[in-house]
Design a protein around this ligand. Structure first.
Ligand SMILES: [Zn+2]
Length: 612
């Protein structure tokens, strides 16, 4: 750890000096050099720190900083992520989940460097937020092995299927919910840490970079291979949304874009890209991500997205630490630069969506990659469809509230939905239990309540409410493309006492377009209840200085604003005094009788509400 800190400090100082000397960021020309050692994890960390320090659009963070002290590698190393850009489409690109597959990172870093240095290149991707993980598995990378080493104190139970051994534990078999009773998964700290990131950022597409070993097709070396982790003609993938089509479209699009460049690198007259062997391993990240697993309740909406992988030529021993980069390896790595660039362009342009998915099979020059029956070795479950994927379809709803309420004003609950497209209306019923008095509901994102909440008494102090929210913005429908999380309504209540107050969704139905693409067969409540604790009642409007009593001090504040009326442009902004918490008291706040002027009537109103 000491070494990392020193390197980090040194890198920071170098950047500071460089920035002081030049008006804009100037990078050293960082390119992989033939004949020198393949970049180690330490070198990648130094490069990421340099990129972060010099680029406004790129932010480096560790999962430990973001999600807590447990979120390191098994050996305690930081897990670094570069957030690049802030566009609407969120993509996840990772390399070296297998620590001995180092050429993946070399090519990926070329993309990251160009993104950092070349503004015109970066401008192409402004619609993207790229979460880049150049080395997913630092422990394996440093050791020059595929897996991580699980700490002995945490080697509990049987080894999960396909993960290898505790001392060379395959992180790309570890993302599986314990749904089938066959050992557990999420056995390594890395898996949980990255899973927290996945649930947090909810990516739209994932790309994973690997080594494939060596193989030939039609007598020519295959230098790159495209893969989809759930067997394309198998039992699971066709049931998952439209991912089968989108993953095939993406792979064929990227193939067509980069084939001339990749052929050029090696001087081959024939195509030298192929399809990967059919596999169905749902513990692999690019399988688990489309399956939308909800490990430990951290992914209640079952967020999922399509995911693909590339494999570049090279036996795993290409990753032995300190091996020197050969010219061929540099070219092999460079394929990933082309592949990553093309993947990002595909998302930005959407052009891949017009590719005929079935032309994906045309990549298969060798006709060896599509077995009629998938072999047991290429599957980590047996024999049935492993997961109920029906819960990935349809729109889902949840309810949320601040942990603590009542300090500043109303108690608020927010209704959010996930996975909705072309919504016409949302019908819901809920129960309110706690010291609350009803105020009302307000629509968000174009939704409006059709009428006031219809209340019935539910017994024991609880009330049941029903309301329909209609999409009212324009004359179309809500959300032209599937939402991730979107707030659709805010419910406000006045607190009438201290203590816990809960809002529970008891029924939820989304109404979509009939006869068109949107079908909400299952409107599901993913997060049924939100609890908030009322720790303080709302301030009295007469308590202008918010010191918990209405007295001469408040009267004194009101006198400062006497004569103001609501025609004044300063009505809501003029601040002559702050309250006891240092927040502004404006003229409009002193209009306690709401008649648009601050005068004797307000003073009398305040005086008769004196609390002492
Ligand atoms: Zn791999």
């Amino acid at each position: 750890m000491k070494r990392i800190k020193l390197q980090r400090q040194l890198a920071c100082w170098l950047v500071v000096i460089a920035m002081a000397m030049a008006p804009c960021a100037v990078f050293a020309d960082v390119k992989p050099v033939v004949g020198e050692p393949i970049w180690s994890w330490y070198s990648i960390v130094d490069q990421m720190i340099e990129i972060d320090a010099a680029s406004d659009d790129i932010e480096l963070f560790t999962l430990e900083e973001k999600y807590g002290p447990e979120c390191t590698s098994e050996a305690g190393l930081p897990l670094y992520v570069l957030k690049m850009g802030s566009g609407e489409n969120i993509i996840w690109i990772q390399a070296q989940i297998h620590g001995n597959e180092k050429l993946t990172t070399v090519g990926f870093m070329e993309f990251i460097w160009q993104y950092a240095e070349d503004l015109a290149f970066r401008a192409q991707f402004e619609d993207l937020t790229i979460y880049a993980i150049p080395v997913y598995n630092p422990d394996g990378s440093i050791r020059g092995q595929r897996g991580t080493v699980v700490d002995p104190s945490r080697r509990i139970g049987t080894l999960p299927n396909g993960t290898g051994s505790w001392t060379n534990y395959d992180l790309n078999r570890d993302w599986k919910a314990n749904v089938r009773g066959e050992g557990y998964a999420f056995g390594a700290k890395e898996s949980v840490a990255y899973y927290l990131l996945f649930c947090d950022i909810m990516p739209d597409f994932m790309l994973d970079l690997h080594h494939q070993g060596t193989k030939t097709t039609n007598g020519w070396p295959v230098t790159m291979t495209f893969g989809i982790s759930l067997y394309v003609d198998g039992e699971t993938l066709p049931f998952i949304k439209d991912y089968r089509a989108r993953e095939m479209q993406m792979q064929k699009y990227v193939h067509d874009q980069i084939l001339p460049d990749v052929k050029g690198l090696f001087g081959y007259p024939n195509p030298n890209i192929d399809l990967y062997t059919a596999i169905d391993i749902y513990g692999g990240l690019t399988s688990a991500v489309p399956l939308g697993i909800n490990y430990n309740g951290l992914n209640p909406y079952n967020h999922s997205c399509p995911a693909v992988f590339y494999e570049n030529e090279q036996q795993h021993n290409g990753g032995i630490p300190h091996a020197n980069l050969t010219e061929r390896w540099a070219n092999v790595a460079r394929q990933n630069y082309f592949g990553v660039t093309s993947f990002c362009k595909a998302i930005v342009s959407g052009e891949y969506l017009s590719v005929d998915p079935e032309t994906y099979w045309d990549i298969n020059y060798g006709a060896s990659s599509r077995p009629a029956v998938i072999s047991a070795g290429n599957r980590d479950w047996n024999p049935a469809i492993p997961l109920d994927v029906s819960n990935l379809n349809g729109v889902r709803a949840g309810i949320k509230a601040d942990a603590v309420s009542g300090i500043e004003g109303d108690v608020e609950y927010t209704l959010e939905i996930y996975g909705a497209e072309d919504v016409l209306a949302l019908e819901l019923e809920f129960v309110i239990d706690g010291p609350l008095a009803g105020i009302g509901v307000e629509g968000i994102n174009g939704f409006e309540p059709m009428a006031d909440i219809f209340w019935t008494y539910a017994g024991s102090g609880a009330w049941k409410g029903a309301v329909t929210l209609k999409y009212e913005a324009g004359d179309s429908t809500g959300f032209s493309k599937p939402t991730k999380l979107a707030d659709v309504a805010k419910f406000a209540f006045a607190p009438t006492g201290l203590g816990d107050a809960a809002m529970k969704l008891t029924s939820f139905r989304a109404v979509g377009l009939e006869g068109e693409t949107t079908r909400y067969l299952a409107s599901r409540i993913a997060i049924p209840e939100a609890l908030t604790t009322i720790e303080q009642l709302v301030w009295s409007k007469y308590d202008l200085n918010k010191d918990n009593s209405v007295d001469a001090l408040d009267l004194g504040i009101m006198l400062l604003y006497c004569g103001f009326n609501s025609d004044s442009p300063d009505w809501d902004t003029l601040v002559k005094v702050n309250d006891s918490r240092g927040r502004p008291v404006t003229a409009s706040m002193c209009d306690v009788n709401s008649d648009g002027v601050i005068d004797m009537l307000d003073l009398i109103d305040l005086f008769i509400h004196y609390t002492k």
